[in-house]
Ligand binder design. Structure first.
Ligand SMILES: [Zn+2]
Length: 282
């Protein structure tokens, strides 16, 4: 089973109305400033999955700052998931700064079939991932509903790109120290955090932290796949493309050729995501 653990889709028509959406959110405006920035609908993604042999994809909310915009996005993702049952697995967007209203949105979406929370975009949404006191009610609600949390993270050095932001390995470490029981998925290889897990005390603190490979082909040499598997073990790595940023078929080919063994590949390509998302229990 192949599961892409991190993709982005938007409602049809957004590409044509991009300027209007750019006025509604500054972070979105930055990320999609270029006319080259690709956007896809749920139908585009399903066609891509059929071409690439992908069984299911996590469709992530964009981390808008405005709760109204998030609710609109969430409704689209949940409806797309209902139409493509079992193939599209929605992660919904919340604004942690909205307090009780964020918890209410989480509970509404959990009832409607959400599989997780995210992609949190702390820079765009105006909070720090290590502001644990502010995040506590939301994180506890996510845990009560068995919903993993996916957050954007990035490398504190290296490659610059739109939307990179400042969510560092240190912020993840502080979050995980406070919320040790919460399943946290760090996008884009956790900003390099897997390699700090070679310190035993860091590995112990990050027992419930996972890493997705989204956008990874743009950030690291392909040696990252076996190197990270050596550092954290293959059970903590989730295949993810960040589609439509990267094409699924091409990513899978690169991953298969990276030197990971068959058993590790099975875990990374789908078994880990199936376990974290409790696909069998649903
Ligand atoms: Zn991201």
């Amino acid at each position: 089973m192949i599961i892409d653990a991190h993709t982005h889709v938007f409602p049809p028509g957004i590409q044509a109305n991009k300027e209007k959406w750019r006025q509604r959110d500054a972070w979105f405006a930055d990320l999609y400033a270029s006319s080259q920035a690709r956007m896809a609908t749920a139908d585009d993604l399903v066609a891509e999955m059929d071409r690439s042999g992908v069984d299911a994809s996590v469709i992530c909310a964009f981390g808008f700052a405005d709760p109204g915009l998030l609710a609109e996005m969430n409704d689209y993702l949940l409806a797309a998931a209902r139409t493509n049952r079992g193939r599209l697995l929605p992660f919904i967007g919340v604004q942690p700064r909205a307090g009780k209203a964020a918890v209410a949105e989480l509970e509404r979406c959990a009832r409607l079939g959400a599989y997780g929370i995210g992609e949190l975009m702390p820079d765009g949404q105006g909070f720090a991932l290590d502001d644990c006191e502010m995040l506590a009610p939301l994180v506890e609600a996510a845990q009560a509903h068995h919903l993993p949390i996916l957050t954007h993270t990035s490398e504190p050095l290296g490659h610059a790109y739109p939307g990179k932001g400042t969510v560092s390995p240190l912020a993840v470490y502080r979050f995980a120290a406070r919320f040790a029981e919460t399943t946290l998925i760090c996008a884009h290889w956790g900003g390099g955090l897997p390699f700090l897990e070679l310190q035993p005390e860091v590995a112990a603190a990050l027992a419930n932290v996972y890493y997705d490979t989204a956008a990874g082909l743009y950030l690291y040499r392909d040696a990252v796949f076996p190197a990270a598997a050596l550092a954290v073990g293959p059970r903590k790595i989730l295949f993810a493309t960040d589609y439509p940023l990267l094409n699924q078929e091409r990513f899978i080919a690169r991953l298969r050729a990276s030197g990971l063994g068959e058993a590790a590949l099975r875990l990374v390509l789908g078994d880990n995501a199936a376990r974290l998302l409790r696909l069998r229990e649903r």
